[in-house]
Design a binder for this molecule. Structure first.
Ligand SMILES: [Zn+2]
Length: 446
C-alpha cells in the first residue's frame, strides 16, 4: 500500500518534547506510522510540496492522551453515592458475576470509542474477557495496554486468574502491529493473596511485561491493612515483590512518607485519578510531592462507574485545581506539567515513552488536533501571551477533539470514528447493558 506523506499544517504545535517547545503556526509530517518532520508551517509547506495536506489552522496539535487507569464498563450512572467498599459489594461485584464475553466486548467497544472521540490514543484498561478488548481495540485502531482483573481469594472465582492472564499475554502481547500490550494485573490487596503478587512478579519478569494494580484509595482501608499486617499498602507491595519501573499503581491517595520514598526509589509509577477519588470520597493524592520526588505520575479517568466519563481533557482540569486548593498555593502545577502527565508521563509509566507521548521526529504519530475555533477557546494568543497549554487544560473538553491519529493512521476525522459506526456501537452498548442488568439481578444483595 502506497500512502502519501501527510502534512498537518497551520496549528499551534505543543510538542511536549524535553523543552516543552511550542510552535505557533507549525506543521508536522507523517510518513507511514511515524513523525518524520516538525517545524514552521511555511518551511515544511515548501519542503514537502507533494504531501497530502490537513489544514489545522485555528487548532492545537498535540500528542494523543494516555489514559493510565480505566475500566471498560456498562454501568455508568447506576452506582452512585456509596463508600467504596459498600459500592463494590452492592454494584460492582454483582456486575462482575454476571458479565459474559459478549457483554465485555460491547463494553470495550463503547468505552474505546468514547476514549478515541475525546482524544485518548492509548489506554491502560483493567477489565475482564480481555481477548475481546483486544478485538475492540484492533477494530477501532486504539493503542491499548490490557490488564485483566485477576483475583485469587477464595469465593470470587468469577474473576480472571493468573493463568487466564498468562494465556492472554501469550496470545495477544505485541499484536495489532504492536499496538496491543498485555500486562499482569491484580485487583486489590483485599482481593488477592500474598502468593498472587509474587507469582505476578515472576510471570511479568518471565514474559518481559508490566504489572498493574490498585494502590490504596481509601484511608480506612490503608489503616485496616496496617493494623492487620503491620505494613502500609505500598510496603506490602514491596514485600510481595511487585514494585519497580514496570509497575503502575492506581490512586495512591494515602501515602506515608516511607511509602512515597519506596515509590521513588523503585521507580514505580502512579496513575492519578482525581475525579474518581473525589466521587468515591477517597481524598486528594499528594501529586505535587510525588512529582518533586521524581515519581512518574500519569492521569487516569478510572471507569465509567466511578467517573462517569472517560474524558481525559476534563480529567486534566481537576489535577491542578485539587493540588492548588489542597496546598492553598495557586503557583503549583502549571498547565505544562499537567499536559506532560497526560501524555509523556503516562507513556513513560507504560514503558512506551520512546515511541509515544510527545511529538518528535522518529516517534510514532499518535496525535490529536483540537479545534480552537470555539467561543470557549477564544482568544488564541501568540508570543508572550501564548495560551494554548492553559486552554487545553482549563477550557477544552473532549468534544473539541476534531482529528485523532494513531500509528500514523487517522482513526477520528471531523469528530467521527473512521473505522466503525458509532451509532451501531452505542446501540449494541445499550442492548448489552440492559442484558447485563437482567443477568446481574440475582447477585445484587437485598
Ligand atoms: Zn480502578
Amino acid at each position: 500500500m502506497d500512502v502519501k506523506p501527510l502534512l498537518i499544517t497551520g496549528g499551534t504545535v505543543l510538542t511536549v518534547n524535553g523543552q516543552d517547545e511550542t510552535i505557533e503556526s507549525g506543521a508536522l509530517l507523517i510518513e507511514g506510522t511515524r513523525i518524520v518532520d516538525i517545524g514552521p508551517a511555511d518551511v515544511l509547506g515548501a519542503r514537502y510540496p507533494a504531501a497530502e495536506r490537513l489544514d489545522a489552522s485555528g487548532s492545537v496539535i498535540m500528542p494523543g492522551l494516555v489514559n493510565l487507569h480505566m475500566h471498560s464498563g456498562l454501568i455508568r450512572g447506576t452506582a452512585e453515592d456509596l463508600p467504596v467498599f459498600e459500592w463494590l459489594a452492592k454494584h460492582v461485584d454483582p456486575k462482575h458475576r454476571a458479565l459474559t464475553e459478549d457483554l465485555a466486548h460491547a463494553a470495550a467497544r463503547l468505552c474505546y470509542a468514547e476514549a478515541l472521540l475525546s482524544g485518548t490514543t492509548c489506554v491502560l484498561d483493567m477489565y475482564r474477557f480481555m481477548h475481546k478488548c483486544a478485538v475492540a481495540a484492533d477494530e477501532l485502531g486504539l493503542r491499548a495496554v490490557l490488564a485483566p482483573y485477576v483475583v485469587d481469594k477464595p469465593g470470587m472465582d468469577w474473576f480472571e486468574t493468573l493463568e487466564t492472564n498468562r494465556r492472554l499475554v501469550e496470545e495477544r502481547n505485541g499484536t495489532s502491529e504492536g499496538r496491543i500490550h498485555v500486562w499482569f494485573a491484580l485487583e486489590h490487596l483485599t482481593y488477592n493473596t500474598e502468593e498472587a503478587y509474587r507469582k505476578a512478579a515472576e510471570l511479568a519478569a518471565k514474559y518481559d511485561t508490566g504489572i498493574h494494580t490498585h494502590g490504596e484509595e481509601s484511608r480506612d482501608m490503608a489503616i485496616s491493612l496496617k493494623l492487620r499486617t503491620g505494613r502500609w499498602p505500598v510496603e506490602l507491595f514491596h514485600d510481595r515483590g511487585i514494585l519497580g519501573p514496570r509497575t503502575v499503581l492506581a490512586h495512591c491517595v494515602w501515602l506515608r512518607r516511607e511509602e512515597r520514598e519506596l515509590l521513588a526509589r523503585t521507580g514505580t509509577a502512579v496513575a492519578h485519578c482525581p475525579v474518581s477519588n473525589l466521587k468515591l470520597a477517597s481524598g486528594i493524592a499528594p501529586v505535587k510531592e510525588l512529582l518533586e520526588m521524581g515519581v512518574t505520575v500519569g492521569i487516569g479517568t478510572d471507569g465509567v462507574k466511578e467517573n462517569n466519563n472517560l474524558d481525559m481533557l476534563e480529567e486534566m482540569k481537576f489535577v491542578p485545581l485539587l493540588q492548588k486548593a489542597r496546598l492553598l498555593d495557586a503557583r503549583v502545577m502549571p498547565a505544562e506539567t499537567v499536559i506532560r502527565m497526560a501524555t509523556i508521563g503516562g507513556a513513560k509509566a507504560l514503558g512506551l515513552d520512546r515511541e509515544i507521548g510527545s511529538l518528535e521526529v522518529g516517534k510514532k504519530a499518535d496525535l490529536i488536533v483540537i479545534d480552537f475555533r470555539k467561543p470557549h477557546l477564544t482568544p488564541v494568543m501568540g508570543g508572550k501571551y501564548n495560551n494554548a497549554a492553559s486552554n487545553v487544560v482549563y477550557a477544552a473538553t473532549g468534544a473539541d477533539v476534531k482529528h485523532v491519529f494513531i500509528d500514523g493512521r487517522q482513526v477520528v476525522r471531523d469528530h467521527r470514528l473512521v473505522r466503525a459506526d458509532v451509532s451501531e456501537i452505542i446501540a449494541s452498548g445499550q442492548t448489552a447493558a440492559e442484558r447485563l442488568f437482567r443477568l446481574r439481578e440475582p447477585f445484587v444483595p437485598a
